[in-house]
Ligand binder design. Sequence first.
Ligand SMILES: Nc1ncnc2c1ncn2[C@@H]1O[C@H](COP(=O)(O)OP(=O)(O)OP(=O)(O)O)[C@@H](O)[C@H]1O
Length: 248
Amino acid sequence: MASVVGHAPAVMVRGLGLSMDGQCIFDNLDGTFPAARLTVLLGGSGIGKTTLLRLVAGLIVPDTGGISAGDGLPLSGRVGWMGQNDMLLPWARVDDNVMLGSRLRGEPPDRARAHDLLDQVGLSASRTALPSALSGGMRQRVALARVLYENRPVVLMDEPFSALDSLTRLRMHELAARMLSGCTTILITHDPLEACRMAQALFMMGGAPVRLSPLSLPLSGGMDIPRAVDDPVLLSAQADLWRRMLAS
Ligand SMILES: Nc1ncnc2c1ncn2[C@@H]1O[C@H](COP(=O)(O)OP(=O)(O)OP(=O)(O)O)[C@@H](O)[C@H]1O
């Protein structure tokens, strides 16, 4: 199963303004995250990346402007979230964690679907395990299966792989790229390698006021992700990103 969604819309940020505790976070921020693509957001600590994702998720209401879907339909109910913390319930089995959304909504859980997704993320043998029996990478695969179970066309990922060791992170790139194909995904990362491997669109967040600047790096493979980690073109783009981040 390459994609779990039908039509994934673009996500458009227009004239966004937000202050919190008297601090201006965004002033007239604009940006468009393309439909059915994986967009990477890079930016310094505290610049507002997580806050922007929370606005897209509808968890915060902006003071001015807004966020809309390119198809004109409400975004509400069409957004999934995956964060650095897997937020698995420690007392629930792996498959029950995947089906948590159904339980919270009072719907009958679709166990066959949960098991199918666990098969696809390579965890069929761990369906009945408790999260405490899993490695960090396995736990993030459960979290990915839980996001996919929700079948949302827009998926927000707030540094979901940053706590994983390098090799597990590379493997998660393979899995996430395959499983999220067709979704409109916005991925926050601090890792230039991750950005270069995964981005089908790339934005640097920075400045005062904060702006979303599209970056076009010479990357091979077009929209095919993840890009090979030993690709010289990718390694050169990674060095370029480091330079930009150090200079910002
Ligand atoms: N609930 C809140 N109340 C007040 N200020 C907040 C709140 N949440 C975030 N902020 C402020 O908004 C700014 C942006 O924070 P945010 O977490 O979005 O940054 P970030 O780019 O995701 O940072 P990092 O990369 O370190 O996670 C920071 O100055 C932070 O202190």
